[in-house]
Design a binder for this molecule. Structure first.
Ligand code: GUN
Length: 281
């Protein structure tokens, strides 16, 4: 058996064209959704992500601003920029690309963003709202995974869902969204005892580790749904996920890298920005 590939590129195109339609109807009312993207330093991966986010804004008919600060920027400079954007009527969403240089506290920067413009859903106020299930914005990567599951009619209800990785931006919120949909959720991490065995019990396995080929076939139950959130580069410099390609032979559904969860993440950012524009008017 070879898994059905969950096509995030195709679903993204579908969702983006729906967003464009909605943007056009907002524009008829004089409202143009606006996103500000901040990049600090010159990390090549971050530069690619930011470029893709700008491209997505154009595709969805949004206004966008890119702000680039040098790697030597101070926390005060970055927070001052965020305060300006918080007050800007043209801007509905603010995204500060992570990671940030070591001299800047990510927590302080996230806390400085107006929660109403926090389209990443990283602000503690929004994280708390997700926890209790009363939210405006969902974090982009987990939200994109949920849309992919829905598109392929995979219902987490009652199923054993295992998330590998406990980051604030992917692992923890991913677990929460699966729980909202009545999954039986386990979060695994670097200290988990016998991690392969825990993973091998999963009906739905989400890998958010950041290590190329981390998930091997022995860690996957026959017929499991495998979601690969990793974006890594292998020894040849090729983009690859956290899941070894051989897992395709064991899974029933699997997201490819690239072209699976990645495009959906940016599309969910667009969805949040559109929602932010609506809520602010
Ligand atoms: N760096 C990697 N993923 C993300 C994301 O979803 N949002 C932001 N702001 N930075 C990131």
């Amino acid at each position: 058996m070879s898994a059905i590939k969950m096509d995030g590129k195709a679903l993204s195109a579908k969702v983006r064209s729906k967003i464009l339609e909605e943007t056009q109807s907002l524009k008829a009312q004089g409202i143009v959704p606006g996103l500000a993207v901040i990049l600090v330093g010159d990390d090549p991966a971050s530069e690619i992500y930011v470029r893709n986010k700008e491209k997505a804004c154009t595709e969805c008919g949004f206004y966008s601003e890119k702000h680039v600060l040098p790697a030597s920027a101070t926390e005060q400079e970055l927070i001052a920029l965020i305060h300006t954007l918080n007050e800007s009527p043209k801007i509905n969403g603010i995204l500060c690309q992570l990671p940030l240089p070591a001299q800047i506290s990510e927590d302080a920067v996230i806390a400085a963003i107006d929660p109403h413009k926090d389209v990443d859903a990283f602000h503690p106020a929004n994280v708390g709202r997700i926890m209790i299930g009363d939210f405006d914005f969902l974090p982009c990567t987990p939200a994109g995974v949920m849309e992919l599951l829905d598109e392929y009619q995979i219902d987490p209800k009652g199923k054993k869902c295992v998330v590998i990785g406990r980051s604030n931006i992917v692992g923890k919120p991913m677990a929460m969204l699966l729980l909202h949909r009545h999954g039986t959720v386990t979060i695994c991490h670097s200290r988990t005892i016998d991690l392969p065995k825990v993973c091998a019990e999963a009906d739905i396995l989400v890998a958010a580790v950041g290590k190329a080929g981390f998930v091997t076939p022995d860690m996957v139950k026959e017929g499991a749904v495998v979601i690969d959130v990793g974006i890594n580069r292998n020894a040849e410099g090729k983009v690859c996920g956290d899941v070894a390609p051989e897992v395709m032979e064991k899974a029933s559904y699997m997201t490819p890298v690239p072209g699976g969860a990645g495009p959906m993440t940016i599309t969910m950012l667009m969805k949040n920005t559109l929602k932010a524009a609506r809520l602010q008017h």
